[in-house]
Every structure is written in C-alpha cells, then in structure tokens.
Design a protein around this ligand. Structure first.
Ligand SMILES: [Zn+2]
Length: 430
C-alpha cells in the first residue's frame, strides 16, 4: 500500500489540535507532537516540539490551560521532540514560577553530547534527510548547543518512574526502539499512552534509517507488547493523529509488534544459516507478508521494511557485508571504473544503460551509468552530459515512485546534484 499525501500531512503535524480523555489531555500537533495533561496542580508536557515551533506550541498550550508547567518529559532527544522550550521557560521566569521537573533517560544526555560533538555533520545530514520538507520543518534542524537537560534521570535498561500530580498518577517507562533513550508515559486514570516515536500514525516504524545510528527491532516489539498490557483507550503518537478506541490502539500496537518480531527473527534465522547480507535482503523482500505490506498502519511513510532489514543485520554484524574478501580492502571505485572503461568505451556503456532504462531496469541502468561517472575524467564531455542527465532522470522517476520520505529525499538530492553537474559541464563546454 502506497503512502498518501494525507499520511505526509499527518506526519508533518498538519492537522488541528484536539482535546480528549474527558478534557484532561490535548494533542498539539507539530512536526513532533506535543502531549499536554492538565491536573489541579499544573501541567505535564510530553515532548516540546522542534525549536522553531516553540511560539506556536506555547500559544496553543495557553489556549488550553493557564496552569504552570510542572513536568516536561522527553520521549527521546531528537530535534523534533526536545528543543522547543524557549517560550515555556521564558514564561516561568517572568512569572517567578518554580522550574519544572524535566524527565529523561540517561542516554539522552549522551545524545545531546553527541549532537554537540557532531553539530555541523547533523545539520548537513538532516538537511539531506528532510530536503523536500517545508522550509519551516527544515529550519528546525538546529544545533544542540542549547538544551534543557533532565532533572530526573532514569538510569538503566529497565528504568521506570512514577509520580503524582494533582489527583492523578503517572507512569514513565524506558524502552529501546527508534532510539536508546526512549521514554513513554502512561496515564492510568484516563488510559492514555504517550508513545513518542515508538508509535506513529500511520507508518512503518522508523528503523534502519540509512542516515542514522543503530535502532532496535526486538526491543521495539517488546515495547509494543508492554504498551498492549496497559489496555489503553488512546495513544498520542510521536507524529500524526491520535489513536482512539481500544480496538484501534490494540491494532496499532500489535501489528507493529508483529512486524518487528518478524523482521528481527527472519533476519536472525538467515544469519544463523550462514547467509550474507545481499542474500538475506533479497530473500526478506520476497517473504514480506501481505498482511504487513497492505496494513493501513504500516505504510512506508517515513521508515520502511527495506530499511528494517538493514537495522536488524547491523545490530548483530560488522561492516563487512558480503563475505567476499575482494571487499575487505577494496580498490578505489574510480580506479575500478577506469579498468571497465578500458574494456568497453563510455558510449557502449551509455547505450547499454539507455536500453536498460527503456526496459524499466532502472537500478541496473544506474550501476552501468556509474562506471562512466566514476571514470569521468577519461570521458568526452558530451557523453558525460548525457550520462548525468539520464541518471538524474532515473532518480526523479524513482523519487516519484518511492513511498518512503527518507528514500525519496535521497533520490531528489541525487537528482539535484546531477543537475548542478550538468549546468557546470555545459558552462565548460561553451
Ligand atoms: Zn520524531
């Protein structure tokens, strides 16, 4: 089932805020939802949106309730969940209120430290990953030099924390999944789960993101099962609209648990059979069950099954993916391409690629075009120009057909770079 425009709008937070659970809770949609709970003694915020949305989120918060913010809970430390605190803190200082307790897992501190260390790299990486997002979304890709650090830090893999505010009790749990610093919140009296990115609406879990660090399929499945035990009426997801009703909640959690178990266990089984990545990957594509493929909650809006296969393999395996010692200390790809160009000239490769392209074998055409591009300093400029243009066209076609936002943006970035190369070459040829 393909992803829709509506899925993307949901993912980006383009839907109205909503009060629920007898008026005690509100979802403030953003690129990274904010969950609000009102009690007699003040408010709890579950996540605080990206930095550039702090004013609008604050305004919506204050339309809901004028009570002071007593707790901020971080679902995890990604930029779309933990950086929009400026207006909240400003108000607290202005009114002379007590600073809120900020709850996070110990790994969030390491994450913030990593963001500081790799500041420029993350800005660059995220600008690639979100290339086609609105300007507002892309502005959120900011450095992490200014963070609101947790005051209550949950330690260890089995960490949990409970507290009371007003007449209500709250339970916070740690589970790995999209990240190693995930927390989720349960509000037992109203049966609401605040899941962060452990659950989105809709979308296949964002696991195996090609740009990012390791994620945790098995833990993810177990987290879903832990949430299922709560028999909740609502899930406020990290992105997208509220899940409402016990049946819907159950379906959202159980299908993700099942899919994560499936991808994890099937990859592990094949590793135990002594298979290398390529074989595992293509076998996994063949056995992907229709019940997941066609499920309304597992559309590859952002993450996708293909990435999840990588995530599982990488969880248990080093970087040597092929088992072919040729790949252990490989020659430069440029040098390899130049040897191929000694066997056949660029024109022959280009014609072959055109043929593949015409027959719909886009991926194979790309591999052949790369021989020409890698050996580009040997190639006549008019052939190179045609090669760049064909490759850009293929990327655009792939982007159009690609449901996953992350993969789509990779193709679009590739096409954009090639367009620049075409322009540069044309200038040189004048
Ligand atoms: Zn997120």
């Amino acid at each position: 089932m393909n992803t829709t425009k509506e899925d993307m709008n949901n993912f980006m937070g383009n839907f109205p805020p909503k009060t629920f659970a007898d008026g005690t809770c509100k979802i403030l949609p953003s690129f990274g939802n904010v969950g609000v709970i009102e009690t007699d003694e003040g408010l709890i915020l579950f996540d605080i949106a990206p930095r550039q949305f702090h004013k609008i989120i604050f305004k919506e918060l204050r339309e809901f309730s004028d009570k002071p913010v007593k707790y901020i809970i971080y679902s995890h430390g990604h930029f779309d969940h933990a950086f929009g605190f400026a207006s909240i803190i400003e108000e607290i200082k202005e009114k002379g209120w007590e600073m809120p307790q900020v709850i996070g897992h110990e790994n969030i501190l390491e994450r913030f430290e990593k963001y500081r260390l790799l500041d420029k790299y993350h800005i660059w990486l995220n600008s690639q990953q979100f290339a086609s997002a609105g300007v507002k979304q892309r502005e959120g890709i900011v450095s992490a030099h200014d963070t609101l650090d947790p005051t209550i830090v949950l330690i260890g893999n089995d960490a949990s924390y409970s507290f009371q505010l007003g007449k209500y009790n709250f339970e916070v749990y740690h589970d790995k999944g999209e990240t190693d610093d995930s927390l989720w919140l349960f509000f037992p009296e109203k049966k609401v789960i605040f899941s962060g990115d452990l659950c989105m609406n809709p979308g296949f879990p964002n696991i195996g993101n090609p740009n990012k660090v390791q994620r945790y399929p098995k833990h993810w499945a177990l987290a879903m099962e832990k949430m299922l035990e709560k028999d909740a009426e609502y899930i406020l997801p990290g992105h997208g609209q509220l899940y409402e009703g016990k049946e819907n909640v159950k379906k959202a959690l159980s299908i993700r648990a099942e899919a994560m178990h499936f991808v994890h266990d099937e990859v592990v089984k094949r590793m135990n059979e002594g298979k290398w990545f390529e074989q595992i990957y293509h076998e996994m594509l063949e056995i992907y069950p229709d019940k997941f493929k066609n499920h309304e909650f597992l559309r590859p809006t952002y993450g996708c099954y293909r990435f999840a296969i990588h995530a599982t393999y990488r969880l248990y395996h080093g970087w040597y993916n092929t088992g072919n010692p040729t790949d252990l200390f490989p020659a430069k790809s440029e040098d390899i391409a130049k040897e191929f160009l000694k066997i056949n000239d660029a024109k022959t490769y280009l014609n072959h690629a055109k043929n593949l392209h015409e027959n719909g074998k886009l991926q194979l055409a790309l591999h052949i075009l790369d021989i020409i591009i890698k050996g580009s300093n040997l190639i006549e400029k008019d052939i190179l120009l045609e090669t760049y243009a064909l490759k850009a066209n293929i990327f655009k076609r792939q982007a159009k057909e690609e449901p996953s936002f992350i993969a789509k943006n990779s193709y679009l970035n590739g096409a954009k770079e090639l367009k620049e190369l075409v322009k540069k070459l044309k200038r040189e040829m004048r």
